[in-house]
Design a protein around this ligand. Structure first.
Ligand SMILES: [Zn+2]
Ligand SMILES: [Zn+2]
Length: 276
């Protein structure tokens, strides 16, 4: 059953992302059988103050395997976005000419530089759409990579990660958290690699402020499960799903998408996720 949200999302918006997630899940399951990544000491890493695992150690992805996932994503986009069909077909024909290894390396550090300067006009796609397409094809690999750490990250016997809004595994920025119903702990969620890591319950994930008087809680009428924590020191906000208000297990990826109304509310009140 779909939740009623205070803001009407564009037609088909959630269906698109739900189907994309399903396709990525299927690819992840296939990859998990054939791909093995090196694993590293999580506890040491969390306490070390260094960057994310992937930025530190890179991600050894076989370009041929990546190309096969990319083809699945391109086919999906062709089907779901008929207006992009022709461009996606052109892109498909370009794949053998591209340095996919270099593209993967750039995606990992989120710095695409001028990779797509020539490609974008040739296939008649925007740079944003190209980055989106290549990034979505990388995510099943990132999720396989992150898998060995999922359980350990949820344990409470490690140091807290010192960059609360940055994923310790893939380095992506997060602006979504959940508060656990069993023990009231707060976990940040990464929609890129699906890792969750603990942060302090009452602390701004952007600036570290922990004075209770300057951290406020905002919610939308009649919706106690989804709310915002806002910080009056840095004007940052954090979206939160409070499991204590609902017993149902939710898909955090979709929850993050469908709570765009909370992003709008936060911005309207003068808060930012410090992304732009
Ligand atoms: Zn991540
Ligand atoms: Zn703050």
């Amino acid at each position: 059953m779909k939740r009623e949200t205070p803001v009407t999302l564009p037609e088909g918006f959630l269906d698109f992302f739900t189907e994309l997630e399903n396709i990525q899940n299927q690819q992840q399951i296939l990859l998990a059988k054939s791909v093995q990544f090196d694993t590293f000491d999580l506890k040491k890493h969390l306490g070390s103050g260094s960057r994310s695992f992937i930025e530190l150690h890179g991600l050894a992805v076989d370009p041929l395997l990546y190309k096969s996932v990319l083809t699945v994503i391109i086919d999906f986009l062709k089907q779901k976005r008929p207006e992009l069909k022709e461009s996606m077909e052109k892109l498909q024909l370009e794949l053998d000419r591209l340095d996919l290894k270099q593209i993967i390396a750039s995606l990992i550090v989120s710095d695409m530089g001028d990779h797509f300067n020539e490609l974008a006009p040739r296939v008649e796609l925007t740079q944003e759409m190209l980055v989106f397409t290549f990034e979505q094809a990388l995510r099943p690999f990132l999720r396989v990579y992150a898998r060995p750490y999922v359980q350990d990250l949820l344990k409470d016997d490690h140091h807290l990660w010192q960059f609360p809004n940055i994923c310790p595994i893939c380095g992506s920025k997060s602006n979504f958290s959940r508060v656990s119903s069993s023990d009231n702990r707060r976990f940040m969620f990464c929609d890129r690699c699906f890792s969750e890591w603990e942060t302090r319950y009452l602390q701004c994930v952007h600036c570290g402020n922990d004075e209770p008087s300057s951290i406020k809680y905002l919610n939308v009428e009649e919706d106690d499960a989804y709310h915002l924590y806002v910080c009056d020191k840095c004007k940052g906000y954090l979206k939160t799903y409070d499991e204590r208000q609902k017993t149902k297990i939710i898909d955090l990826y979709i929850a993050n998408m469908e709570t765009i109304y909370l992003d709008l509310l936060a911005r309207e009140k003068g808060y930012t996720n410090h992304d732009d």
